[in-house]
Design a protein around this ligand. Sequence first.
Ligand code: IMP
Length: 181
Amino acid sequence: MIIVTSNKGKYREYKEILGGHFNLKLMLMRYPEEQLDTIEKVAERSVYYLSGIVNDDFFIDDSGLFIEAFKGFPGVYSSYVNKTLGNEGILRLMEGVSNRTAEFRTCIAYYDGKLNIFTGKVQGTISETARGKNGFGFDPIFIPSGHKLTYAEMALEKKNSLSHRYRAGKAFLKFLTKKAI
Ligand code: IMP
């Protein structure tokens, strides 16, 4: 099983989420991500692009942070916003905003001659300050519901036991296990 990504953090997480069941190989590369209106559509386009390049079954992960007070922004623009505003920029935008509800979403798009989509979501809140050193991206500012720690303050195993990526991965695993029977 191949994951195509330029993000080693995602690879590390999938190694744990899927690793016990499948031998996961990393194809470290960037690919075009069109700015469409849902992460599923973005992932679908990228998969069709990559299907002409990768000679084996593979999957990609398209994820995003959706902040309720900003009507879902940054959403499909998460990567650009992470690079430009960063976590400090988001915290500044949220100064004085009382509704700190947010959602992390992952879309796994798996190609085995056909496109298969698996999604996972986790509700949470945006923290008041950036906290923690683990993980990547928005991890220091996202607190999953029912917890006090940000993703970045959790051990990787803990994040992987409850995250949006874990939930999408669980649906993906179920599919792969059925397919293998
Ligand atoms: P991508 O387009 O799926 O690579 O991700 C969009 C943005 O969200 C990137 O800046 C990632 O670093 C960030 N991101 C994706 N997944 C996570 C996560 O699990 N935690 C924190 N940030 C993430």
